[in-house]
Design a protein around this ligand. Sequence first.
Ligand SMILES: [Zn+2]
Length: 428
Amino acid sequence: MLIDGCVDSWSTQTLLGGFDAYDFFIKQLKSIKRLWLRFTHPFLPINLLMLTYIGINVNMCDIITSVMDVKNTLTDIVYSQNGSRQAVLHTRRGDVVTPTFMPDGTRGVVKSLTAEQVASTGVQIVLANTYHLHLQPGEEVVSRLGGVHEFGKWQGPILTDSGGFQVFSLSKLRKITEEGVRFKHPVTGEMRMITPEKSIQIQLELGADMIVAFDHLTGLDEVERGKTLEAYERTHRWLERCVKEFNRLTLGMDENQKPILFGVVQGGLDKELRRGSLEVVQSSGVGGIAIGGLSVGETKQEMYDILEFLSHQYDDSNRPRFLLGVGDPPDIRYAIEHGIDMLDCVLPTRNARHATVWIEGDHKIHLTNSKFIDDTGVIDEGCDCYTCVSGYSRGFLRHQFKVKEPLAGSLASIHNLRYLTRICESYR
Ligand SMILES: [Zn+2]
């Protein structure tokens, strides 16, 4: 049915624990392994012999898994003079070319878009929110419905976040303890607890190909900055618990079928803390490095300073670097030119649903502006997205936004996602 000039709603087009002598012995051996590998190549025969000796005697699966993840994650890396790098990221759902932007499929889908529409924009990976899917409908339901890929019909790689950002930023009555975060369910009112172990369990049950360790997030506004050290230290203790739980749950799984676990670097705006956190994450054996705790209240220049500092600190282990929650075009360019491979943000789709789109030069226009009432031009003449190529005019889109037709948000989301994927493609 045609209402207000378009078909209603749609267009044509996710073992161990506690202190004991055994734990202590494992830690000592791991320290020796880290020191050794720092000065030699991990796959020299003598190193493989040493790792095998340690593995056979103590905790083989844990250690071998760590090495295999580092080996297999990122290949074909080409460095550019502008500081960016392109590479092939290997996931159990296929290869991805980096740098790459990942839209947030908050509840298992990118809002207002089908999987085909998302793919048409050049998106390769979709991010799903663990917190939201855990609360509704629950990871058990998603699993019974075939897993997060079948759930939203996105067959490419899916990355789930840890749930940490949402539980710290959205939930009310939250209480942080060493065990985890207790919070009130926003719908049922019941009290829930997400621990590092629980976060890993949820993400694996959802069926994600890339998962993120549960970290302690603090903001960087004036009130929150005093908590940076506490969050930094707890994040590392929680990382160790996440790695143990990940290794326990993936024990026996074929290496090529294991998800990639990302550890999160915290440390606020303190460069020494950032350096220390990066070293802890890089030595933890995770398959990917996630940079967290940015774009949370600090200035752009403060964020840029940390990204620039970190760009000189990464090791040469060929693991993907994922900057969490950054999606403004100039920030994406800066991050990519300082060694970041993957980014995610709600910004392109949230802006689009509020009629704000990017055009050439990173300018933003608001399609509800009265000056577009008779505008027959498309959003951006130089854009090759479905919306622009199909000829949907600014005038048409302005009207559909004005009458709150959902199609307008879908068409604008397609354009904004394509705008960001084109930025990534310009570095490849
Ligand atoms: Zn477009």
